[in-house]
Ligand binder design. Structure first.
Ligand SMILES: Cc1cc2nc3c(=O)[nH]c(=O)nc-3n(C[C@H](O)[C@H](O)[C@H](O)COP(=O)(O)O)c2cc1C
Length: 391
């Protein structure tokens, strides 16, 4: 652990005294950021037919106005029929959706913010009932309706099920191209970079994980070989946007369907996965944990700390910052109370364990989170109803 985990919530009032380190500038690739505060990507399915409207632009603008250094958008689907999970989550393709994103980035920039879209392909966990990418639908592929490395879902203690044939090389090539197209659109619209969603059991993670990747071609095998798909995604993005445009990769060792699942149990195993991404051109990593203070691989250093140590790249940590329970407890229906665990964040930033701190639910509850932290003001509690109330 990064220090002693907080155990009790004593007060909603936070101590602003040591917050200075959070407000120091830093860099992600070529991008200068005014502080260390990142808005975590959070899907809320508030973009009807995949088009982010004025309300979405307003929602992000509010966080930029309050001083968030870098906003990562909710997951946004790449232009491939198999990518989409939810018809009211935003697409990152099509004139209508891109016009919506254009408004979002203009508003965020007008408020002095910086923003990356998070590019997302859900892989085999795609809900089969969702129509998804209209206009890009492939009638032949419609029969099986989802794509992944080996056609296998489950794992991590859950039964494995073969739901379709392994993705063909042609299908893999199309998806890689789609990531490149989405990144090129982001650059064209004026976004400050892109984040690739490689965490939580979605497509890139399905390739990384031995339980769902049984391929015997160049995309399967040991950890480094299982990274190849993600590496080719990054290479294609670099080919399309050049080397100056910032690219981050979000990874987790766990999956939505199994928190016990792990991609690696030692730092050297983790290095086999992450180092190929550095060569491919990633500027930084975003390491998803439910509780940021928990150490990885049986050590005190968390996953963002290890990833920075192993790759030399800037890293973003996340997980229950200023909250008394994790996202998992939220999914069980529990609301969260504010908790002052910032002393651990400040110490880790001062030591240089990681460079940036992403805040999720606390930023939904408190659009002005950075200002409140600076002033040591009282935070609002996070309730599940905030998910459907775009504020
Ligand atoms: C409603 C909701 C939607 C989320 N959607 C995404 C997403 O689209 N992409 C992603 O990488 N993580 C997603 N996450 C995970 C968050 O980015 C973050 O890692 C998690 O909420 C932990 O941070 P927190 O404890 O500060 O909320 C989501 C979390 C929540 C609560």
């Amino acid at each position: 652990m990064l220090g002693h985990a907080p155990t009790t919530a004593t007060s909603n009032r936070l101590h602003g005294t040591r917050s200075g380190v959070l407000f120091t500038p830093t860099k992600l690739g070529s991008l200068e950021l005014k502080n260390r505060i990142v808005m975590a990507p959070m899907t809320r399915a508030m973009s009807a037919q995949g088009i982010p409207g004025e309300n979405v632009a307003h929602y992000y603008r509010r966080r930029a106005e309050a001083g968030v250094g870098l906003i990562i958008s909710e997951g946004s689907f790449i232009p491939h029929w198999s990518a989409s999970h939810e018809e009211n989550a935003p697409r990152f393709y099509g004139d209508d959706a891109l016009a919506g994103w254009n408004r979002v980035i203009d508003e965020v920039h007008a408020a002095g913010g910086r923003m990356f879209p998070q590019l997302w392909h859900v892989g085999l966990v795609r809900k089969p009932q969702v129509e998804g990418a209209s206009g890009l639908f492939d009638e032949d592929a419609e029969a099986s309706r989802r794509l992944g490395p080996s056609g296998i879902i489950g794992g991590g203690g859950l039964p494995l099920a073969q739901v379709r044939a392994p993705a063909t090389e042609r299908e893999i090539g199309e998806i890689i191209e789609a990531y490149g197209n989405a990144a090129a659109s982001a650059k064209q619209l004026g976004f400050d970079g892109v984040e690739i969603h490689g965490a939580h059991g979605y497509l890139i993670d399905q390739f990384l994980w031995a339980e769902t990747n049984k391929r015997s071609d160049q995309y399967g095998g040991d950890r480094t070989k299982r990274s190849r798909f993600g590496v080719e995604v990054i290479q294609e993005i670099r080919r399309r946007v050049g080397w100056e445009f910032p690219v981050t990769l979000r990874l987790s060792t766990w999956k939505n369907q199994s928190y016990a699942a792990s991609l690696a149990t030692t730092p050297s195993e983790w290095a086999e996965i992450v180092t190929p991404f550095v060569t491919a051109g990633v500027d930084g990593f975003h390491l998803s944990q439910r509780r940021f203070w928990e150490g990885a691989f049986g050590t005190e250093l968390n996953l963002a700390g290890w990833t920075k140590k192993l790759t030399g790249k800037p890293t973003i940590t996340v997980g229950s910052v200023t909250l008394n329970n994790s996202m998992a407890e939220m999914l069980q229906g529990k609301d969260s109370e504010p908790e002052d665990n910032l002393a651990l964040v400040y110490s880790a930033l001062e030591r240089g364990d990681f460079d940036l701190v992403a805040v999720g639910r606390a930023l939904l509850a408190n659009p002005d989170w950075p200002e409140k932290i600076r002033k040591g003001a009282t935070l609002r509690s996070y309730t599940r109803s905030m998910l459907t109330n775009l504020d």
